[in-house]
Design a protein around this ligand. Structure first.
Ligand code: ZN
Ligand code: ZN
Length: 131
């Protein structure tokens, strides 16, 4: 099951919601392919579905830009078969740096700078399970 967190800045009024973890729709690659928007990724998933040796891992993750702290809440997917492998990666929408996947802990003050004021730190509060 996935978890939803509310993010609050300790300096300004910024708030945001993020969804992390494993949802019901991630139970099979077929189901993931049915909601993925990116046509190239959809094609890669279909190639892996066609290979019986495929193993995969998929969940929702928070990605943060190491250069400008912009955040994206995206699907992490890693697939491996005998002949190929794939792992999702995301570019920063502001500065195009490669973003890093971050782990979220409840009630912890994260080393995440606020995307609005850039001075404050973000605190994550768990608020519900999702599936
Ligand atoms: Zn702020
Ligand atoms: Zn950036």
């Amino acid at each position: 099951m996935g978890e939803a967190y509310k993010l609050d800045c300790d300096t300004c009024t910024y708030t945001g919601n993020i969804f992390v973890g494993f949802g019901f729709a991630y139970m099979s690659l077929k189901s993931i392919a049915s909601f993925v928007q990116d046509a190239a990724l959809k094609r890669r998933i279909e190639e892996f579905i066609g290979n019986p040796s495929t193993r995969y891992d998929a969940y929702n993750a928070l990605y943060v830009c190491p250069a400008c702290q912009a955040m994206r809440n995206e699907l992490f997917i890693e697939m491996k078969s005998d002949s190929s492998q794939y792992r999702s990666s995301y570019a920063c929408p502001r500065c195009t740096s490669v973003m890093e996947k971050k782990h979220i802990e409840n009630n912890a003050l994260h080393h995440l700078s606020c995307p609005a004021c850039e001075k404050g730190k973000l605190k994550a509060t768990f608020y519900m399970d999702w599936d």
